[in-house]
Design a protein around this ligand. Structure first.
Ligand code: A2P
Length: 309
C-alpha cells in the first residue's frame, strides 16, 4: 500500500493531502479547527496558498498539534503553498514566500508552486477582469522560484494550473525542472493529455478539487452525482467521493480533497488497501468530458498574456 511518492527533487510527498481552498473565505478559527481535526485523523500533507487565507490558520493548527503531542515536530508534515498571481514577476517571488512562511510560522515549505501561469495587476484576490491581466514572465518568475529552492525556503518547487504549452516553455528555460503540476482533475475533467505529458517529463501531477470543487469559481458539483460512479460505489460498498479519489490515485496522481467536516475528512482517507477493477477504470474513462467554459472557471482556465513565448 503506497502512500507516498518521491518527487523529481528527491522530496517525499504523501499522496493524500488536505485541500484548504474555500469560497467565500471562512472564519480562520473554523479553518484552524478543521485542519487540527485532520491532523488528529492522521493527515500529514496540507495544501494552502497565499490566496486562500488559510496559511495563518494552518500555522496555528501546526503549533497546536505540536503542543498537544499529535505530531512531534513540523518535519512530520508536508506543507505546500503557492505564489499568488499578483506576485508572479522577478523580485517579488522570494519576498512573497517569506511572507507566506511568516503567516505559516515555519522556516520552509515542502513545496512552493506558481499558482497559475499569469500575472494580475493589484492585490491578490479571487475575482479579476481581463483588463487586470498583465504579461506573464515565465523565465523571470521561475528564476525567483529557483532562488527559493537554493535558499532552502522551499524543498521542492513546481507549478499549478499549467497547460502543456506553458510547461514546454518553462522546461525550455528552467535550470531546476518543476517537480509538480497541481491541476483541477476529476472524472468530468480527466486531463489525460496533460497527465501523459507530465509523466513523460517527470512532473508529478496533483489533483485539486478531485471531488468537483465548489462549482462556481472552479470545479463542477455534478462530479458527486455521476450515475456511472454511483453504480461502482454501490457494488464496491464505497462512497462516490472514495471512488473519485481512488480513481485519481490509480492514474498516478496524488489527491487533495478539501473538507472542513470531520466525517468527510475520515471518509476521504479510506482510499487505501483496495482497488478499482480494469472494467471500473474503463467505465470512468468513458465518462463524457466537459469542454470549454463548462469545464471550469477561474485560475484553472487563466486568460493569459506572455512576454516570452
Ligand atoms: P465540506 O468542506 O463541507 O466537506 P474538492 O475537494 O473537489 O474541492 O471538493 C470540495 C467540496 O466537496 C467541498 O464543498 C466539501 O465540503 C465537499 N466534500 C468533501 N469531501 C466530501 C465527501 N466525502 N462527500 C461529499 N462532499 C465532500
Amino acid at each position: 500500500m503506497q502512500t507516498e511518492i518521491i518527487l523529481s527533487s528527491g522530496g517525499k510527498m504523501p499522496i493524500l493531502g488536505m485541500g484548504t481552498a474555500a469560497y467565500p473565505i471562512p472564519q480562520p478559527e473554523l479553518v484552524e479547527m478543521a485542519i487540527f481535526e485532520a491532523m488528529k485523523l492522521g493527515y500529514r500533507h496540507f495544501d494552502t496558498a497565499s490566496l486562500y487565507q488559510s496559511e495563518q490558520p494552518l500555522g496555528q493548527a501546526i503549533s497546536r498539534a505540536i503542543r498537544s503531542g499529535i505530531i512531534k515536530d513540523r518535519a512530520e508534515l508536508f506543507i505546500t503553498t503557492k505564489l499568488s498571481v499578483a506576485d508572479t514577476y522577478p523580485g517579488a517571488v522570494v519576498p512573497a514566500l517569506r511572507k507566506s512562511l511568516s503567516e505559516l510560522s515555519i522556516e520552509y515549505v515542502d513545496l512552493y508552486l506558481i499558482h497559475a501561469p499569469m500575472r494580475v495587476r493589484g492585490e491578490k484576490r479571487y475575482v479579476f477582469t481581463k483588463e487586470d491581466v498583465m504579461p506573464f514572465d515565465s523565465k523571470g518568475t521561475w528564476e525567483g522560484m529557483e532562488q527559493c529552492y537554493e535558499l532552502g525556503l522551499a524543498k521542492s518547487i513546481g507549478v499549478s494550473n499549467f497547460p502543456i504549452d506553458k510547461l514546454k516553455l518553462l522546461l525550455s528555460h528552467a535550470q531546476i525542472p518543476p517537480s509538480v503540476n497541481q491541476v483541477e482533475m476529476h472524472p468530468l475533467w480527466q486531463q489525460q493529455e496533460l497527465i501523459d505529458f507530465c509523466q513523460k517529463n517527470y512532473i508529478h501531477v496533483s489533483a485539486y478539487s478531485p471531488l468537483g470543487g465548489i462549482g462556481s469559481f472552479w470545479g463542477n458539483r455534478e462530479v458527486l452525482h455521476l450515475k456511472e460512479i454511483e453504480e461502482i460505489a454501490r457494488t464496491k460498498e464505497k462512497t462516490v467521493a472514495q471512488i473519485c479519489l481512488r480513481w485519481a490515485l490509480e492514474q498516478g496522481v496524488s489527491v487533495l480533497p478539501k473538507s472542513f467536516n470531520k466525517e468527510r475528512l475520515e471518509e476521504n482517507k479510506d482510499i487505501f488497501g483496495w482497488r478499482l477493477s480494469e472494467d471500473e477504470v474503463q467505465i470512468i474513462s468513458l465518462i463524457p468530458q466537459l469542454v470549454g467554459d463548462d469545464a471550469s472557471h477561474g485560475l484553472a482556465r487563466p486568460i493569459s498574456q506572455d512576454i516570452n513565448v
